[in-house]
Design a protein around this ligand. Structure first.
Ligand code: ATP
Ligand code: MG
Length: 609
């Protein structure tokens, strides 16, 4: 492609709308254009990057025997009602673009495709002989994200590879899941990314497992915890660890103490000169189930620890039966306004005890009349502990479960693991923290969708069984930007060769110089003919502008038909290292072909990890 004929507009200044380097660079270098909040146009250069990423994804998927198809983006509400997700997706999280068509039918733009694919499986899979089966697509997804940001990282319209596998049993699912783990490692290595597979939250589905693939970068929205021995890595949402040991309590006597102005653990520990590990902190949450029932949840946890709200949500979903709910619509820390809706009198916040009276909850419909009291494991074994006295400005010390306080029957693990904690697999290892961008997620679904939607098959014994399912996603457009986030310098993008829009750019510094022009034209033709995807900067611009643009756009190899032409040579510069070499004209094609092969192969070789 000739730049003179291309839609090629670069910006000098950082666009105000962009906060992180990759977003700024993609805008400045003319890869993307914002059309609306979270909605972007992929310009010609970006389209090529997306096609390359998609092709790598496709090759790795096909190599496992998965088959590509294309599902509709428009989905009928009925399917989502069958799976039970219509309300959560349109109301609770509200992430689905849903609308009513001219025939008064409810429809939505697909944020994901479990329902559609399960409907197809229900119709088409009859027998164990058809299993296992893995179908995938690469398609635009729609999610009305509440906070779209960072360009393609969190868009409201984005490209995803989503695959769904169907099995006769768990063992077969596990096999495909392991194949996907490997396929994903291959894909991300081939794309030239530094990534970390981490254990991930499987939400309320439970299932036997889920893993995310994180591209490590400071701008990542996720925190991952890992150990240096490479044996453990998890999303913080999911991570487990050993808490520090508690300091034995110095309070031998149970008594109530006047502790003015100590609503926080820090202020209380300072006032009492005790360790936060001797305190039982009681945190109030307000949960709303999908049947509209509000439940006030009191989590008692050791003072130095924090509640992991993802783990808490999972526990509350498990306990949903008690309140007639299946899923949670919301989990919040109730502020003063929220408390007014259910509190019979003002609560002594900051001074709550694990036994705070149920009479604080006013009797009314749709509000459970008792606190749901959950005891985190860290607080379950404490002795002679300090906790609130249910009176502003007062605490009790020297308290014990089963003496002064009834021990809550529901003992749970809802504690947030932290950097510095000891690892469970080896307490000599401590957890370290890094930021990550989630580019892939693989998931053992089990029978959640097949059971809800009646997608069954007949097994060898002639019995009808629900299909066992897995699902596997890659954020194709997010991945492309994540690659930039990981690979750039002060001058611009440094594309990994395998996903660069073009391999090489030939620059003629002076378009008035006929020798330069002729040499550049010939190189441009020869390189493209040899399969080296090459741009030609034939614009009427100063050489400096051309070099700056080439750096910004991030094409891996730059060929300049400059002064050394007199010796029959051209300058070839590697974008990543800025190394420059003079190469005889007739060796340019073979040299670049070799460099490209080397660069793409070294990524594959690295793929082991
Ligand atoms: P997140 O936690 O980042 O919101 P998710 O867990 O909801 O993502 P999945 O349903 O697992 O996302 O989707 C599969 C993949 O699609 C993700 O791993 C991610 O790479 C990508 N993805 C999800 N949401 C977006 C988005 N709004 N914009 C771009 N890519 C996205
Ligand atoms: Mg995910």
């Amino acid at each position: 492609m000739r730049l003179s004929q291309m839609l090629f507009v670069t910006l000098r200044e950082d666009p105000a709308e962009a906060e992180i380097p990759s977003h700024k660079l993609l805008l400045r270098a003319g890869y993307i254009r914002r059309i609306a909040s979270g909605i972007y146009a992929y310009l010609p250069l970006m389209k090529r990057v997306l096609d390359k990423v998609s092709q790598i994804v496709r090759e790795e998927m096909n190599a496992t025997g998965a088959q590509e198809l294309l599902l509709p983006a428009v989905q009928p509400a009925e399917l989502w009602k069958e799976s039970g997700r219509w309300d959560t997706y349109t109301q609770a999280e509200g992430i689905m673009f849903a609308f009513t068509d001219r025939q008064e039918r409810e429809v939505a733009l697909g944020p994901t495709h479990e329902e559609v694919i399960t409907a197809i499986a229900r119709d088409m899979i009859r027998s164990y002989r058809q299993l296992p089966l893995h179908l995938y697509q690469i398609q635009t997804k729609f999610r009305d994200e509440i906070r779209p940001r960072f360009g393609l990282m969190r868009g409201r319209e984005f490209i995803m590879k989503d695959g769904y596998s169907f099995h006769a049993d768990e063992a077969s699912l596990k096999q495909t899941y392991a194949d996907m783990d490997q396929a994903y490692r291959n894909m991300f290595s081939r794309c030239g990314l530094r990534f970390l597979p981490v254990e991930a939250d499987s939400g309320a589905i439970g299932g036997s497992g889920s893993q995310e693939f994180m591209v490590l970068a400071d701008a990542g929205e996720d925190e991952v915890l890992f150990t240096a021995d490479g044996q453990y890595s998890a999303n913080t949402e999911k991570a487990v660890s050993l808490p520090p040991d508690a300091v034995p309590s110095t309070f031998k006597q149970y008594e109530k103490l006047d502790t003015p102005n100590t609503p926080t653990i820090e202020s209380l520990a300072n006032f009492l000169k005790c360790s936060p590990t001797q305190i039982v902190k009681n945190v109030l949450y307000q949960a709303v189930y999908d049947n509209g029932m509000t439940v006030l949840v009191l989590v008692s946890i050791r003072g130095d620890q924090d509640v992991n709200e993802v783990k808490l949500t999972n526990e509350l979903v498990k306990l949903g039966d008690r309140f007639g709910g299946k899923t949670l619509l919301a989990l919040t820390v109730p502020d003063a306004d929220a408390q007014q809706k259910w509190a019979a009198k003002p609560l002594p916040l900051g001074y709550l005890s694990p036994a705070v009276a149920d009479s604080y909850i006013a009797k009314q419909d749709k509000v459970h009349p008792q606190f749901l009291r959950l005891l985190d494991k860290t607080a379950a074994d404490l002795q002679n502990f300090v906790t609130g006295a249910d009176e502003s400005g007062f605490h009790v010390v020297g308290a014990n479960w089963s003496k002064e306080f009834v021990k809550p029957a529901d003992v749970v693990d809802v504690r947030k693991a932290r950097p510095g904690d000891r690892a469970i697999h080896d307490p000599k290892q401590t957890l370290q923290s890094a930021r990550g961008i989630e580019v892939g997620h693989i998931f053992q679904l089990g029978t959640k969708y097949s059971a809800a939607m009646g997608a069954t098959y007949t097994n060898e014994q002639g019995e009808e069984k629900p299909l066992v399912m897995g699902c596997y996603g890659v954020g194709v457009s997010r991945l492309a930007q994540a690659a930039v986030e990981q690979n750039h310098d002060k001058d611009g993008i440094v594309w990994p060769v395998a996903i660069a829009p073009y391999h090489a750019i030939v620059i003629m510094p002076n378009i008035a110089d006929a020798t330069q022009v002729a040499a550049a034209e010939k190189l441009y033709t020869d390189l493209n003919a040899a399969g080296v995807e090459t741009l030609l900067d034939d614009r009427d611009e100063r050489a400096g502008v051309k070099f700056k643009d080439a750096d910004l756009v991030g094409i891996p190899f730059r060929v300049v038909t400059g002064r050394s032409l007199q010796q029959g040579k051209v300058e070839v510069v590697r974008r990543a290292t800025k190394e420059s070499q003079e190469i005889p004209l007739d060796a340019v094609v073979s040299t670049l072909k070799q460099w490209i092969a080397d660069a793409t192969q070294s990524c594959v070789a690295k793929g082991a990890g």
